[in-house]
Design a protein around this ligand. Structure first.
Ligand SMILES: *Cc1c(COP(=O)(O)O)cnc(C)c1O
Length: 351
């Protein structure tokens, strides 16, 4: 049986990916149990497989990446504690302020550099002295790949340096690794080298890996033991979740290798778009599966209007702000779709 075909071409995100036929078949056939009782063998297998793949002791299946980061932060920190994170990080920008709203946790933002990093000196300067005036620094969060920084990749050496600073000062490093497999593939390294320095990591099954739902939080056995209670507290305890985990197992076992093709297509897409008058690409070729592109100053229409005209041709692109688009490549985007969207931009901007 071939994959079902999407009735449109969707570049808005890699979250739009549908599960593959193999996933749908595995889901239908999955062994299940009550996972809150610890009795779903498929969930247990996904958690073990994830932990092994990332070089951690244990894993925890979580309904979303946002909840994965929330559970991680709530496990590391208590009320009034401080988290150091990037000013355009996913946790700061796109998670509805959950760490503060639900955890009373104080965000200390540092400027994200264009390569997705936080400056090491900025991190050192942000660490609080032990003094009644200050909150306690408990955690630093890195994001790899970095969404708002164009899918930028943090390497193992940098990640280790941040971990060293944190550990020397007595706090932890959490890695928001929603797309950590994209980073590993882009760098051509075992993903473990990127996750090893971190105390905890969240990665998404539901993005370019095509599973319909879910993320996995990984860390030490003790950390995951505590995180399991927090997941229940925020309403993330699931029952016969093996149906979902079955797709996640295939995501990890079979979908990682195709990420390199997504990255190649992103480069071709950037190349094609860069030739179109009226479009301005960010500097340098895309490193992973995202292409950010701006409208030039002489284009009268705004990004939403251009996107609407492109959608009339059955192609969806992401609008980030009135002058900026994001296009993401993934399993459901083939070479033909890349050429089609380039042609669509050409036609719409010429009109
Ligand atoms: C997508 C994403 C998440 C989690 O998002 P969910 O939609 O809640 O699964 C977290 N961090 C980054 C960097 C992401 O891109």
């Amino acid at each position: 049986m071939p994959d079902k075909k999407m009735p449109w071409i969707d570049f808005r995100s890699d979250t739009v990916t549908w599960p593959t036929v193999k996933m749908r078949q595995a889901m239908a056939a999955a062994d299940v149990g009550d996972d809150v009782y610890g009795e779903d063998s498929t969930v247990i297998r996904l958690e073990e497989l994830s932990a092994e793949r990332l070089g951690k002791e244990a894993g925890l299946f979580i309904p979303s990446g946002t909840m994965g980061n929330l559970v991680a932060v709530l496990t590391h920190c208590g009320r009034g504690d401080e988290v150091i994170l990037g000013d355009i990080s996913h946790t700061f920008v796109y998670e509805a302020g959950g760490i503060s709203a639900l955890g009373g946790i104080f965000p200390h933002t540092l400027p994200n550099q264009p390569d997705g990093s936080l400056r090491l000196d900025d991190i050192k300067d942000a660490i609080r002295m032990d003094n009644v005036h200050f909150p306690k620094t408990r955690l630093v969060i890195l994001e790899n790949t970095h969404n708002r920084c164009g899918g930028a990749v943090l390497d193992a050496a940098y990640t280790s340096k941040v971990a060293e600073i944190a550990h020397q000062a007595g706090f932890s490093l959490h890695l928001d690794g929603a797309r950590i497999f994209n980073a590993a593939v882009a760098l051509g390294v075992d993903v473990k080298t990127l996750t090893q320095p971190a105390d905890s990591i969240t990665f998404c099954l539901s993005k370019a890996l095509c599973a319909p739902v879910g993320s996995v939080l990984c860390g030490s056995a003790e950390f995951i033991h505590q995180a399991r209670r927090i997941r229940k507290q925020v309403g993330g305890g699931m029952r016969q979740a093996g149906i979902l985990a079955a797709a996640g197992i295939i995501a990890i076992q079979e979908m990682v290798d195709q990420l390199a093709a997504d990255h190649l297509r992103a480069r071709r897409l950037a190349e094609g778009l860069s030739d179109i008058p009226g479009l301005l690409l960010d500097d340098g070729p895309p490193l992973t599966n995202m292409v950010y592109v701006n409208l030039g100053g002489d284009v009268k229409r705004n990004a939403a209007e251009v996107a609407e005209a492109i959608q009339k041709q059955g192609i969806r692109v992401g609008v980030i702000n009135p002058r900026r688009f994001r296009l993401v490549t993934h399993y459901w985007i083939d070479d033909e779709a890349v050429e089609k969207v380039i042609k669509a931009f050409q036609a719409v901007l010429k009109a």
